[in-house]
Design a protein around this ligand. Structure first.
Ligand code: FES
Length: 142
């Protein structure tokens, strides 16, 4: 059995779909991000990477809940650690973004806080992926 989370970034929102290779779609979640415009140039519009990443985390939380995965949540901000889950495998690196785990715990890749962590490529602070290969984290979920 394989369960994967697919991510689809649109113009103003991101959707996460969780799919089981035997049962089909288990759940999905959507979260929006803003488009910034300036009065000086009505044709100029931009977005922020931090908004994309925050929306991705929110959409993932909603998809996990919609899939019926029994994860405990509390702060949903990476502060309490109650959503901590075991990491089974990593392709790329984990962008932890929590303040609960110690730096040493983060470096072992043994667990992550599901509410804020994500798979990433490249160095911290660099949103790009030079290789084009997707980053992935395999988790043991309850
Ligand atoms: S819910 Fe508190 S760290 Fe995730």
């Amino acid at each position: 059995m394989a369960v994967v989370a697919g991510v689809d970034f649109g113009t103003l929102s991101v959707r996460v779909s969780i799919v089981d290779d035997r049962k089909g779609r288990l759940g999905s979640g959507v979260a929006e991000y803003p488009l910034y415009r300036t009065k000086q140039d009505p044709n100029h519009a931009t977005q922020r990477h931090d908004d994309h990443m925050a929306a991705l985390a929110a959409a993932m939380r909603r998809a996990v809940e919609d899939a019926g995965v029994d994860v405990m949540w509390d702060c949903r901000k990476g502060e309490c650690g109650i959503c901590q889950v075991k990491v089974l495998d990593v392709s790329g690196r984990i962008d932890h973004r929590d303040v609960f785990l110690s730096q040493q715990q983060k470096e072992t890749y043994a667990s992550l806080c599901l509410c804020v962590a994500r798979a990433a490529r490249g160095e911290p602070g660099d949103p790009g992926s030079a290789s084009g290969e997707p980053a992935a984290v395999t988790l043991h979920l309850p």
